[in-house]
Design a protein around this ligand. Structure first.
Ligand code: NAP
Length: 282
């Protein structure tokens, strides 16, 4: 999204019927003030690379301020994302914690709330794979994936919800996966975590809708990131055969859907799973 200019405010205002002569009343300085007032704070877990980085950039293009959360002690990816975000003119911070830890998440969000008044958007995107056929899957592979992919969504949502309810507004987007819907051999842990996210999304959406908070999920298909780069060629070829659009998805495709869900254009949408998968699952 482009920054708010006089012309854009006038066009949008006319479209939504908000102001009758916005163009006439807004000077350049007032436009700056409108931009600042409209800037939201978006927290994106797993925002250091891949889909999460692109989600962060998408919100930043719309001039929202960003907090990314990541876990790798090598801060290179996070630093690169922060640089790109700041180049877009927004305020950006990064924190290194394990989102699967309830205590770490609780403490981080307390810090964020003491520094910033509120959080407008939460994108629960952090995720990992530990693939293995079920017969060979270890307890650790199961527990780790469920903790990082699913418990983290509980941890972070739990940490922001009270404030969003108090503010009577807020938008949460959980990143699920097509395999949460259709399954995938070798990913019992991962697909269970993603199916869990879908049930969680619908339940919390029902709980908080009367308080003005919307909760949705985006379920990506086969997306070009580090997570999929490590897959053997045979697995990649088999995925490609299942995609009617005949191409791998880009992180930007997922980011666009996540961003759109948090705009006013989606204000009547909650409890939904938006599929971004090239037709892999319909
Ligand atoms: P990615 O490139 O591997 O990025 C994963 C992100 O999660 C990184 O920023 C990583 O940070 C963070 N993360 C991992 N464990 C964490 C932890 N314990 N605490 C905090 N942050 C943690 O993966 P991606 O492909 O972008 O995937 C992003 C999301 O989309 C995941 O939930 C994934 O399941 C989902 N998804 C991906 C695809 C796909 O095809 N790529 C398809 C469907 C769904 P560090 O590197 O700093 O640890």
């Amino acid at each position: 999204m482009k920054p708010y200019t006089n012309k854009r405010i006038a066009d949008e205002s006319r479209y939504w019927g908000i102001y009758s002569s916005a163009e006439a009343v807004l000077s350049g300085r007032q436009v700056d003030i409108v931009n600042k007032l409209k800037a939201r704070l978006a927290v994106i877990t797993g925002g250091s690379k891949g889909i999460g980085r692109n989600v962060a950039l998408r919100f930043a293009v719309a001039q929202d301020n960003i907090i990314i959360v990541h876990y790798d002690p090598d801060e290179k990816d996070a630093a690169e994302t922060l640089r790109a975000l700041r180049q877009l003119g927004v305020e950006a911070e990064s924190y290194k914690i394990d989102v699967s830890s309830f205590e770490a998440v609780d403490s981080l969000f307390k810090d964020i709330f003491s520094k910033h008044k509120k959080i407008d958007v939460l994108v629960n995107n952090a995720g990992i794979t530990r693939d293995s056929l079920l017969m060979r899957m270890t307890e650790d592979q199961w527990d780790t994936v469920i903790r990082v992919n699913l418990k983290s969504v509980f941890n972070c949502t739990h940490a922001v919800l009270r404030s969003m309810i108090k503010e009577r507004q807020g938008c949460i987007v959980n990143i699920a996966s097509v395999v949460g819907q259709i399954g995938n051999a070798g990913q019992a842990n991962y697909s269970a975590s993603k199916a869990g996210i879908m049930g969680f999304t619908k339940t919390v959406a029902r709980e908080v809708a009367p308080r003005g908070v919307r909760v949705n999920a985006v379920a990506p298909g086969f997306i070009d990131t580090e997570m999929t780069a490590v897959l053997p060629d045979t697995v990649k070829e088999s995925f490609m055969k299942q995609i009617p659009l005949g191409k791998i998805g880009r992180p930007e495709d997922v980011a666009e859907a996540a961003y759109w869900l948090c705009t006013d254009a989606a204000s009547y949408i909650t409890g939904q799973i938006i599929h971004v998968n090239g037709g892999m699952y319909m």
